[in-house]
Design a protein around this ligand. Structure first.
Ligand SMILES: Cc1cc2nc3c(=O)[nH]c(=O)nc-3n(C[C@H](O)[C@H](O)[C@H](O)COP(=O)(O)O)c2cc1C
Length: 342
């Protein structure tokens, strides 16, 4: 691991629970990003003292195994794996995590089944889940999950309707049994600190890590991040309640406009009786298939999906992962010092 920055006693106290849970010096998780969070970025985050998480969104069990083994070659520090509960390969992916002795698995993309949680726990994995509301947070605790992530709608990628600050206030005071991490819209250390002071065990960031030097995202994808402001990262628009759209926050581009036109066209054809509701819904859902890869890997930032959170405005340059992490810590420390002096 690269030279560690010494953390003040005050900051250490605030995130000790998160550090102990993850087994890392800094309770900063690198949110898994499909196509982006592969061995290079994940190992860089873990080597810098944070907790990298591999994204398996595009992988079958064989690919995941290869990626885990590749990551282990690049870091001896702990890292986790993110599994999408809707994956047709879920049980196979779980088995790979267990066989590869992964200690932390994040289950994303909807409420996980009791079976998947149990299988992971029986296999020796700690299970981390997303809680989009207090009632679900309590249910997940009862189901035996080991930690929660509260992710607000400021985040990049698939989002819910509630902001990070409201989720934190709604859930943090009521869940003390297990560590809770906060994600969505965190671009600087002061924000990270404020959630720790509210009782969070640590934070998870995605957008801030896209322009890490070690990140394999296409240079055009990174440039789009560097050029964009918070207002450019918007949720996908739904035109008609009969054709629901799962909101995804991404930088507005030609594809966003084309998506609106596609929905308009579907609604018109449905109204004329030319297609069924189911056919229309499928067409809408199909629109974004492969779009993140097109942007993040192929560099087609106009017709692909440039998923990014509102903190994109705080991404101003490409920089080494360790610098990003140390900057976040330094900002938190300065804010803490300021308060102690005052
Ligand atoms: C390009 C991109 C891809 C993402 N892909 C995933 C994913 O595959 N699985 C997941 O659970 N979250 C995904 N996320 C969400 C991140 O893991 C993380 O929680 C989020 O980025 C945190 O909010 P922030 O972007 O405001 O830092 C993605 C986010 C981005 C920006």
């Amino acid at each position: 691991m690269t030279e560690k920055l010494k953390v003040s006693t005050d900051l250490q106290k605030l995130w000790q629970r998160g550090c102990d849970f993850l087994g890392v010096p800094y309770a900063i998780m690198g949110g898994a990003m499909t196509w982006v969070s592969e061995r290079s970025l994940v190992s860089a985050i873990s080597n810098a003292g944070g907790f990298g998480v591999l994204a398996s969104g595009s992988m079958n069990p064989d690919l995941l195994r290869a990626e885990i083994q590749g990551t282990k070659e690049l870091t001896k520090q702990p890292f986790g794996v993110n599994l999408i509960t809707l994956s047709p390969h879920l049980m196979g992916l779980i088995d790979v995590c267990i066989e590869e002795k992964i200690k932390h698995v994040v289950l994303a993309g909807g409420l996980p089944s009791g079976e998947s949680i149990q299988r992971l726990k029986d296999g020796g994995c700690k299970v981390i889940c997303f809680a989009p509301a207090l009632v679900l947070a309590k249910k997940l605790v009862r189901m035996g999950v080991d930690a929660l992530v509260l992710e607000g709608m400021e985040a990049g990628g698939h989002i819910g309707p509630v902001t990070t600050s409201v989720l934190a206030q709604e859930i943090l005071p009521h869940i003390r049994e297990i560590p809770v991490f906060i994600a969505g819209g965190i671009g600087r250390g002061e924000a990270m600190l404020s959630y720790l002071e509210m009782g969070a065990a640590g934070c998870q960031l995605g957008t801030r890590f896209v322009c890490a030097t070690e990140c394999v995202a296409h240079p055009k994808f990174k440039t789009a991040f560097i050029r964009s402001s918070a207002r450019d990262a918007m949720p996908s628009v739904q035109l008609d309640v009969r054709f629901p759209v799962i909101p995804v926050r991404a930088i507005v581009n030609e594809a966003s406009k084309e998506f609106a036109r596609t929905q308009q066209c579907v609604v018109e054809r449905f109204s004329r009786g030319e297609i069924t509701q189911q056919e229309g819904q499928l067409e809408i859902e199909h629109f974004w298939a492969g779009a993140l890869r097109r942007a993040a890997i192929d560099g087609d930032i106009e017709f692909g999906s440039v998923m990014a959170g509102q903190s994109v405005g705080m991404v101003t340059k490409e920089q080494p992962t360790i610098e990003i992490i140390q900057e976040l810590i330094a900002q938190a420390e300065t804010a803490l010092e300021g308060r102690l002096i005052a």
